[in-house]
Design a protein around this ligand. Structure first.
Ligand code: UDP
Length: 506
């Protein structure tokens, strides 16, 4: 999970609810503490009882009890989530799906979005890159950067403190909000910092970013990481919690679809051949949407009966779509009758990211160079992105139609696409990298390729599932059990709910 290109929930953003000046900030920072309008994302409520049929009795009772306790402990107080974007990115998508369930369970949970100047976002982008162990153009983190960062934090904490009260809880997401901790704490707000990014083996750049952020994070009441391997050195272990990301089984991307709906959606999107297809799907709030736009497949046609190997991802080198195509062409196609579908966002939707169109060109060139009989079994599908729910419905249908789902990433924090496929009981072949190693148990709930660049090993794993229906089914079923046990919304609500209750009771 990184920069998710789609969010599948409709958000309403309010702006400027907060009066424009505050005398309360500036205590911690040197920056000008003039408050600014914050965005508030308005969210409805979802009932947690939706999950009842999915959960064992003990897990359900745990969910009800934990959220009931938290609601009682927080009566009269608010759980605030603060991040830097209301749309786009996995974090926004996760908040949009999680918060309504807490609200449905009687917890007053809200979501505010900070503001920043281009210079501030320049600094936080650099921090983000450093935290991945990569140095952009020899850049460093300087004292000027700290001043810029702290000035933005002072303005935002002033705005937040117009609304956040002592004994409220603030969950601050990612480096963009870490600097709010000292000022919020100074006003009696309980603070949790949640990191959604990390690397397994930190280098000096990663440590430089830690050094920049530790003065703030060291003062949080609790710090949450997605994986044990992402926990920073120098943090008090008793204040660290691990909460993996999760998927919502009832989101448009994951909700159950009949085989007829799957076909109708794929036909309406012109991924399966059809003259004039029409298809509908349900939004998360149960209202109906329509698949009206078409995917771009260029000269390819996917036959109805094709056995399908699918990778869904942004056109990103770390997802290695070029390696997937080559691995399929050299090691899967000659041994099976399967087709490969590489699906991702339409090039027109990613103007701000020059790498994605570039990769699409490389894929087209690689495919062009193949003999016709092979080329026609490889489909590069650019999915319409204008309506995020329509896009999600197409992704859902593709994942449900696939026989084997692959995620041959070279690096991955947590593979949302892996969890989505597991939920759909699909056998997954993925690189043994990052969070995917926590998601799949090799040979049981998926197949892990030790070195994702090892194309013969990748091919063998895919072929073993395509040619052994029983193995594919057994692994798919185990994957579904595993995702329900560890990686769907209730798992997250319970772990976070316990953490928050502990925090207010101490
Ligand atoms: N996705 C999508 N439409 C696309 C391509 C990807 O909705 O055309 C979604 C995909 O289903 C998943 C997310 O984007 O929910 C990607 O998350 P993941 O953790 O796999 O990778 P990231 O892009 O965050 O690195």
């Amino acid at each position: 999970m990184e920069n998710t290109p789609a969010i599948s929930h409709r958000l309403h953003v309010r702006r400027g609810e907060i009066p424009a000046a505050s005398t309360r900030a500036g205590r911690v920072y040197r920056g000008v503490a003039k408050s600014i309008p914050l965005k508030h994302v308005e969210l409805g409520t979802f009932p947690i009882k939706r999950f009842r049929p999915l959960l064992d009795d003990d897990v359900w009772s745990d969910l009800e009890t934990t959220l009931g306790r938290l609601a009682a402990a927080m009566r009269g107080h608010v759980v605030w989530n603060v991040n830097s974007t209301a749309r786009g990115g996995g974090v926004a998508e996760m908040l949009a799906s999680l918060i309504p369930y807490s609200r449905g369970a009687g917890i007053d949970e809200r979501w505010a979005v900070i503001e920043g100047t281009p210079d501030f976002f320049e600094v936080t982008k650099r921090l983000h890159t450093f935290l991945h162990g990569v140095q952009p153009d020899g850049a460093a983190l300087t004292e000027d950067d700290r001043r810029e960062y702290e000035a933005a934090m002072a303005r935002n904490s002033a705005a937040l403190l117009e609304q956040i009260r002592p004994a409220d809880i603030a969950i601050l997401h990612d480096p963009q909000t870490a600097g709010l901790i000292p000022e919020l704490r100074a006003h009696g707000v309980r603070t949790i910092w949640r990191s959604h990014i990390g690397v397994d083996e930190p280098n000096q750049l990663v440590r430089d970013a830690w050094g920049f952020l530790l003065p703030y994070i060291g003062r949080a009441d609790a710090v949450v990481f997605s994986r044990q391997k992402h926990v920073w050195d120098g943090l008090e272990r008793s204040r660290v919690e691990i909460i993996p990301p999760c998927i919502d089984p009832f989101a448009t991307k994951n909700q159950d679809l009949t085989d007829e709906s799957v076909s109708a959606i794929l036909k309406a999107a012109k991924i399966l051949p059809c003259k004039d297809g029409a298809a509908t799907f349900k939004h998360h709030d149960r209202t109906r949407g329509r698949v009206a736009r078409h995917a771009r497949l260029d000269d390819a046609t996917l036959p109805y009966e094709a056995q399908i190997v699918l990778q869904v991802s942004r056109w990103d080198r770390l997802k290695d779509p070029i390696g997937v195509m080559q691995g399929f062409a050299e090691h899967v196609a000659p041994r099976t009758d399967a087709w490969l579908v590489l699906a991702g966002p339409a090039a027109t939707s990613v103007n701000d990211d020059p790498e994605q169109p570039e990769i699409l060109h490389e894929l087209a060139a690689q495919r062009e160079g193949m003999p016709a009989a092979l080329r026609e079994r490889i489909v590069v599908a650019q999915l319409p992105m204008e309506d995020t729910d329509e896009n999600a419905a197409i992704v859902n249908a593709l994942q449900r139609r696939a026989d084997v789902v692959v995620q041959k990433s070279i690096a991955e924090g947590f593979g949302l696409t892996v969890a989505e496929a597991m939920w759909k009981a699909k056998p997954v072949v993925a690189g043994r990298v990052g969070g995917i190693e926590d998601q799949l148990e090799h040979g049981k709930s998926g197949l892990l390729v030790d070195d994702p660049r090892d194309l013969p090993a990748f091919g063998d794993a895919v072929v073993s599932l395509l040619t052994d229906g029983m193995k594919a089914k057994t692994i798919g079923r185990a994957a579904r059990r595993r995702v329900v046990r560890f990686f769907i919304t209730p798992c997250h609500l319970v772990t976070q709910g316990r953490l928050l209750t502990d925090l207010v009771s101490t």
